[in-house]
Design a protein around this ligand. Structure first.
Ligand code: MG
Length: 362
């Protein structure tokens, strides 16, 4: 860190009184219930709302906001995320945000798992750091906001009539992501194709348990113009996915097979890319590291999200200039977003240029 940055962060030792009290830090967390516009169904679950953990990090008159969406598949829920936050609150209060890498590493070393809670904490601290430095988060990472990709808009599993209605409702989004993975897959895609010719991607969410079935479905999807297929088979079936990949022509992206950095190397030759989410990685800093690792191995990078508010989605969007593909629509699927941040114009992610995440109240 150079002296100018140190000055901005209030670290200029020579200027500080010798016995000055440490600046008061305040951190809080609450569970926020997000109401879905449509009942959301995937292979894994069906629901009308989602509870996410919202964290605030306050110091020097600046408030950083963070959010994490607990993932049931990894034994997380909103209460377990809140409990994890409570268990490390003292480390957050004691640490120095100017040394945020150390602060977050120390804090996270005290928690097993609970990556949604870690994401909420990491995002709140990084929002605070960006505001303190007076730069948007994308600029902190040296990125060009003009490089953001188009985001897909997701269509959950439903009957053909409802699928057609949802696709028509999504007219403003140029690329769709269709959830599949059930016996009804062909009817779902036919319903989509009945109302639009626009490009689409599919997410099977581990739904195809048999490798021959996966090949059959993917090759049929290719005839319908699918761009790529996300997580065709169960997460642990890497060898089977490698077999599938040698028999299909469209790229395969890993989501459930890629939760942490250490898993990326074993995905080679089974997948063409990885779907990185802040809720899986535990925040912006770890997601950035995963992007670099995936790139170094020649994998494509997709940035995804869970159903969440503009806090989490905007944080991910600040890294999106590094991504080939984005599926950052979690905030578009809810009816009571407490904030405004990243916006979508003709599908393209438009980053706020305000400091930190650049959030405003809704
Ligand atoms: Mg997925």
């Amino acid at each position: 860190m150079n002296r100018r940055t140190a000055l901005k962060l209030g670290l200029a030792g020579s200027a500080a009184p010798l016995l000055a009290a440490p600046p008061a830090t305040q951190v809080d967390a609450e569970i926020v219930r997000l109401k879905l516009r449509h009942t959301w169904t995937t292979v894994m679950s069906s629901s009308d709302f989602r509870d996410t953990l919202h964290v605030t990090y306050r110091r020097d008159g600046i408030t950083g906001h963070g959010e994490g969406a607990p993932i049931v598949r990894y034994n997380e829920n909103a209460q377990s995320a809140k409990d994890a936050f409570d268990s490390v609150k003292s480390y957050l209060l004691a640490g120095d945000p100017a040394q945020f890498s150390k602060l977050l590493a120390t804090t996270f070393s005290k928690v097993q798992g609970q990556f949604a809670a870690k994401a909420a904490i990491d995002i709140a601290v990084m929002d605070w750091v960006g505001q303190k430095l007076g730069v948007p988060l994308y600029r902190y990472f040296g990125l060009d906001p003009a490089d953001t990709p188009v985001t897909t808009f997701s269509i959950g599993i439903d009957n053909p009539a409802a699928t057609r209605a949802k696709v028509e409702e999504a007219a403003q989004y140029p690329v769709l992501k269709i959830k599949v993975g059930l016996d009804s897959d062909e009817a779902t895609i036919q319903a989509v194709r009945a109302v639009t010719k626009k490009p689409f991607r599919v997410d099977a969410n581990e739904g195809w348990k048999d490798k021959e079935e996966a090949v059959r479905k993917i090759n049929w999807l290719e005839t319908q113009g699918v761009e790529f297929v996300e997580q065709p088979m169960p997460a642990h079936m890497i060898e089977e996915t490698r077999w599938v990949r040698s028999r299909v022509h469209v790229p395969l992206m890993a989501d459930e097979s890629c939760t942490h950095a250490s898993e990326i190397p074993k995905l080679l030759n089974a997948f063409d890319g990885v779907n990185i989410k802040l809720d899986k990685s535990g925040g912006v800093l770890e997601a950035y590291r995963m992007i670099q690792i995936a790139r170094s191995l020649g994998l494509k990078v997709m940035l995804g999200c869970m159903i969440s508010s503009s806090v989490s989605v905007t944080a991910a969007a600040h890294l999106s200039p590094l991504a080939d593909y984005a599926d950052l629509d979690g905030n578009l699927l809810i009816a009571n977003d407490p904030y405004r941040g990243v916006e979508v114009k003709n599908g393209k992610l438009m980053l706020p240029d305000r400091p930190g995440l650049g959030l405003l109240p809704a």
